[in-house]
Write a protein that binds this ligand. Structure first.
Ligand SMILES: Nc1ncnc2c1ncn2[C@@H]1O[C@H](COP(=O)(O)OP(=O)(O)OP(=O)(O)O)[C@@H](O)[C@H]1O
Ligand SMILES: [Mg+2]
Length: 267
């Protein structure tokens, strides 16, 4: 029997609040609903994904991404928590300590951008999909995510005129990381809070296509359900699977599963 192929998707954009964590959580939930084994890696010191889907408070977790990145690989099994608020989704917690980890990696690691890639190598063949939630910065944590990833999604806040601000810096970092991770493949920009009737959304859509190069053919609308689901520590699917925003995340999972051959035993 051939070993399963694991796809590692980094969800990155250094613009704060553009929908990275919401995408990671709801895409992970929908992929798990399809029967896939999913792991979320929370690489953000804010630990928002962990606060949403974790059963524990990040401060109570012995081995978070911070300890994993700085320790020997033996800590990996201790870092993975399979009991989360989303069925079928495991979690490596983020923590405030990740703020310091970047400096420590810079000082001590021989290849500071490749620590995460090395640490999660044993997980290839175990999970179908690993989703990495990145912090709103282009520093070492995001470099680690990009170096460990096979694929990249760039959420873009479509309803804001500043949604594309700084995105060329992200694309430059992706280009740089290609030198150490040539296989990294862009899935595309994902438009968040999109409303096709609004001029600003149409402008951001055109600009994202032009500057990022690829657009995912799914549009995530604005919905108060997103905040409600975070408060309830649920996925949108569990909160209200019939809502438009939940259906669009389902659609996103279907598009990605098809594009990356994740379903029908083809992986
Ligand atoms: N489609 C949406 N409709 C309404 N609110 C949304 C939507 N997507 C995200 N939000 C809200 O916007 C805020 C930012 O979203 P999110 O945390 O996913 O962004 P982020 O890119 O992870 O932020 P950060 O850069 O701080 O990590 C959150 O309060 C979230 O609930
Ligand atoms: Mg976030």
């Amino acid at each position: 029997m051939s070993e399963k192929k694991t796809v590692v998707i980094a969800v990155a954009n250094h613009k704060g609040g553009c929908g990275k964590t919401t995408t990671v959580i709801n895409l992970s939930a929908e992929l798990a609903k399809m029967g896939l084994a999913v792991l979320v890696i929370d690489l953000d010191p804010q630990a928002n994904a962990s606060l949403h889907i974790g059963k524990k408070h990040p401060s109570e977790v012995a081995v978070t991404c911070a300890e994993l990145l700085l320790s020997e690989i033996e800590k990996l099994p201790l870092a993975i928590h399979s009991d989360t608020n989303i069925e079928g989704v495991s979690l490596i917690y983020g923590s405030l300590a990740l703020g310091k980890t970047e400096d420590q990696l810079k000082d001590s690691a021989p290849r500071p951008s490749e620590e995460l890639r090395d640490k999660i190598k044993p997980l290839h063949g175990i999970f179908d999909v690993i989703l990495i939630d990145c912090p709103p910065s282009l520093k070492l944590l995001t470099s680690n995510a990009l170096a460990a990833a096979t694929h990249l999604i760039v959420p873009v806040e479509s309803g804001s005129q500043y949604g594309m601000y700084g995105v060329t810096d992200l694309m430059k970092l992706v280009e740089k990381i290609h030198r150490i991770n040539p296989a990294l493949e862009l899935i595309g920009a994902l438009l968040i809070r999109h409303d096709e009737r609004q001029t600003v959304c149409k402008l951001i859509e055109a600009s994202a296509k032009n500057q990022i190069g690829k657009l995912i053919d799914v549009r995530i609308p604005t919905s108060t359900k997103v905040n409600q689901s975070a408060i309830a520590q649920m996925s949108l699917h569990a909160l209200d699977r019939t809502s438009k925003v939940a259906r669009e995340f389902r659609h996103l999972a279907e598009v990605i599963a098809k594009q990356l051959n994740l379903v029908n035993g083809s992986n």
